[in-house]
Ligand binder design. Structure first.
Ligand code: HEM
Ligand code: HEM
Length: 246
């Protein structure tokens, strides 16, 4: 079974690559943070390194900052690689056929986006003081730990599905750094300007109708990301007011 093509758009490779790299670093440093401060479900023989929590927070934050660009791309130019409205009937009807594997692989792509949204949201609900103070029973700490497991399973399925539909060459096509002339980063500025002028033409005066045309899953991701920032900024502001005695 061969994938439809082995050339991946360069913008996809950049956004996918940066998100993936930051995420993998966040997950490795997350495991080390767990190892240093917790270890209730097993421990690896790693050195106890207290600074790892801050390093994890930094990689988590980098992932949170690049993720919106990837989501924006995935639900527009990359939308065909995500689960579609007819994915569910296809998954129940054509089990084991090539179409079935492609559909499943695209649904798993969507699941990775949702898994990462959950990991980033629960990360923003964390308080950096909990683990150093030995407070390991917070609701959001458990949520954040579970998000690591969910993310690990999602990435494993993502790699397995892509290996199944296209083999190792398909997986490697995502890591290749060569690009075609029409895909050159030099043209990105013009693409962005053209997109912006089109968007302005289609009037911002009616945001409800713009939102109603977007996929529900995309809206859930945007609302979660915005809520994560608003909740954590509100908590910080309240903490600040508390320390100055207001
Ligand atoms: C080294 C690790 C990875 C490899 C080799 C890899 C490989 C691939 C490949 C080959 C595709 C194209 C699939 C298709 O055409 O249907 C793809 C798409 C995708 N990958 Fe990964 N992936 C990796 C890590 C990740 C991670 C960590 C995430 C988590 C966010 C992720 C999320 C996605 C998504 C959402 C798409 C669809 C993008 C679109 O809509 O255009 N991948 N990946
Ligand atoms: C997929 C896995 C994970 C991702 C993507 C992730 C991401 C994040 C993000 C975005 C933040 C907020 C950073 C900020 O606002 O500055 C954060 C904070 C935090 N995470 Fe994770 N995290 C993951 C797993 C874990 C795990 C398993 C632990 C267990 C020890 C953990 C421990 C923490 C702690 C203690 C904080 C607060 C530290 C700080 O804000 O500096 N994370 N994480």
């Amino acid at each position: 079974m061969k994938p439809p093509f082995l050339y991946q758009p360069f913008l996809l490779r950049c956004l996918h690559g940066i998100t993936g790299l930051c995420l993998v670093l966040a997950m490795v440093t997350a495991a080390w943070t767990y190892n240093t401060y917790d270890g209730r479900w097993g421990q690896l023989p790693l050195p106890n390194y207290q600074e790892i929590e801050g390093i994890h927070g930094t990689f988590g934050l980098y992932t949170l900052l690049i993720f919106p660009a990837f989501v924006f791309y995935a639900f527009r130019r990359g939308h065909k690689r995500l689960g579609q409205a007819d994915s569910l009937p296809q998954l129940t009807q054509k089990i084991g056929t090539p179409v079935w594997w492609y559909t499943l692989s695209r649904c798993v792509n969507t699941v990775t986006l949702l898994a990462l949204t959950f990991a980033l949201f629960s990360g923003k609900m964390m308080d950096e003081k909990w683990l150093p103070q030995g407070e390991l029973d917070h609701f959001w700490y458990y949520g954040h730990l579970i998000s690591w497991v969910v993310m690990g399973v999602a990435i494993a399925l993502h790699l397995l599905m892509n290996a199944k539909v296209g083999g190792i060459p398909f997986l490697l096509s995502m890591l290749n750094s060569k690009f075609l002339a029409q895909d050159s980063p030099k043209l990105w500025k013009n693409h962005i300007l053209a997109w912006w002028s089109n968007t302005q033409l289609s009037s911002w005066s009616d945001p409800i109708s713009i939102m109603s045309k977007r996929p529900k899953l995309e809206l859930i991701i945007w609302f979660s990301l915005i809520a994560a920032w608003l909740i954590s900024l509100t908590k910080e502001l309240l903490g600040l007011l508390n320390t100055v005695g207001i």
